[in-house]
Design a protein around this ligand. Structure first.
Ligand code: AMP
Ligand code: MN
Ligand code: MN
Ligand code: MN
Length: 279
């Protein structure tokens, strides 16, 4: 039987909240044996050109991607768009509209942290930002680690920055319908990111997956660093039930911060139709 190439279809660079510049990220992927890599920065395409150029130098196949933030009712869900056209105007404008509001949210997050006795977090978070259009919670988490309020980024998200904790500011992202239409306009394949991470009951998850499919969504991440083996199995079953293509991605953000390195995930189960089936 033919060996499946090492696909990693979800990761982040300094164009959003990753620690490595796009070219560095691609070099690391190459060293780790990744053969087909998608860069999927949050709501942003500006890292793709550099990553693609470096991938070309290394002879690594590169897939243009993006991870779009959406609000579905009260909860935030991420949808990855794979094989998008970074020059598509509708996609670009859609993402720009999603990015707007991040700066304002960041100011409110800093005010909220100030109220619990943490000063200077706005400047502190911006010190970790490479792309001024894309400040996010991870940048605040790094600041909280630097100032020793917490020991690591994971603890920062346990004690701060999440619903019910200081530094959390609810935010209205794109609607599911809008996100799907932007990705579709850009010729991309919409894929539900790390489904196991959302606080949804089984019933709500099914309702979401139904709406996602009805709106033109076609894929779901089955193997991701966010999933336990049991969750991978659970979402493999849902992928088959809903007729979704299955994806695999590390969601790597940086050395020392991510549990799973680029290209170091288990294989997809053989009975799933992979998202790269027709590539
Ligand atoms: P934002 O888009 O600014 O709300 O930030 C979302 C990002 O925060 C995610 O993409 C992750 O990189 C990070 N994040 C969220 N929850 C956690 C967590 N529990 N542990 C580590 N990072 C997290
Ligand atoms: Mn992130
Ligand atoms: Mn995500
Ligand atoms: Mn991600």
């Amino acid at each position: 039987m033919q060996r499946t190439p090492n696909y990693d279809l979800h990761c982040h660079s300094t164009a959003s909240d990753g620690l490595l510049a796009p070219a560095e990220l691609v070099r690391r992927a190459g060293v780790n044996g990744v053969e087909i890599l998608a860069l999927t920065d949050h709501d942003e395409l500006c890292g793709l050109a550099e990553a693609r150029a470096q991938a070309k130098v290394l002879g690594l196949r590169f897939v243009d991607g993006v991870e779009v933030s959406i609000s579905w009712g009260e909860i935030t869900i991420h949808v990855v768009g794979l094989n998008i056209d970074p020059d598509n105007q509708q996609l670009q404008q859609g993402l720009q509209s999603i990015r707007q509001g991040r700066a304002e949210r960041a100011k409110k997050m800093a005010q909220d942290l100030e109220r619990v006795g943490i000063p200077g977090s706005l400047e502190g978070a911006y010190a970790y930002v490479d792309n001024p259009n894309l400040i996010g919670r991870t940048h605040f988490a790094r600041f909280l680690v630097e100032k020793r309020y917490v020991n690591d980024v994971k603890s920062a998200f346990q004690h701060y920055l999440v619903s019910g904790k200081p530094g959390y500011v609810p935010h209205q992202w794109a609607t599911l319908a809008d996100a799907l239409s932007y990705i579709r306009a850009g010729g991309g394949i919409p894929v539900v990111a790390h489904p196991g991470r959302y606080k949804l009951s089984r019933t709500e998850m099914r309702r979401f997956l139904g709406e996602f499919r009805d709106g033109g969504g076609v894929g779901i991440e089955v193997v991701t660093s966010s999933h336990t083996p049991e969750q991978s199995l659970e979402y493999a079953i849902l992928a088959k039930e809903f007729g979704f293509l299955a994806s695999r991605g590390s969601d790597f953000h940086g050395p020392g911060e991510s549990r799973v390195d680029l290209g170091r995930l288990p294989d997809l189960a053989a009975d799933l139709k992979p998202v790269w089936h027709d590539w």
